[in-house]
Write a protein that binds this ligand. Structure first.
Ligand SMILES: [Zn+2]
Length: 113
């Protein structure tokens, strides 16, 4: 994943949202991402520190919420939410799973002044 371009779009979205709220400064940018979004939060923060210089988002902190991975079991046909570290159907233990989500990546909310 290209954190630089991702960070640029996060910044653009955040600046627009802040302008709509007449906010003078963004303190925190809350992101939601799936366990397979492939984005490294530390990299986003690092790029943001650079890109946001001179904008209302200067000094803003990135806060990430990881959303669970949704899967469909090909054996028992049930949908469930699982952790990335334990990839098996919680109902029957099958590993024949179809991934329904996990690549989400979005700006959830902002904390502004
Ligand atoms: Zn199952």
């Amino acid at each position: 994943m290209h954190e630089l371009s991702i960070t640029q779009s996060i910044l653009n979205i955040s600046l627009q949202a802040a302008a709509q709220q007449n906010a003078s400064h963004i303190r925190e940018i809350r992101l939601r991402m799936g366990p397979f979004s492939g984005v490294v939060p530390e990299c986003v923060q690092m790029y943001l520190d650079v890109l946001a210089k001179g904008t209302p988002a200067e000094g803003a902190k990135i806060k990430v919420t990881t959303v669970p991975l949704k899967v469909l079991c090909r054996d028992c046909g049930r949908e469930s939410e699982i952790e990335r570290t334990h990839i098996a159907c919680p109902h029957c233990g099958s590993m024949r799973l179809k991934r329904l989500s996990g690549k989400e990546f979005m700006v959830e909310s902002l904390e502004v002044d």
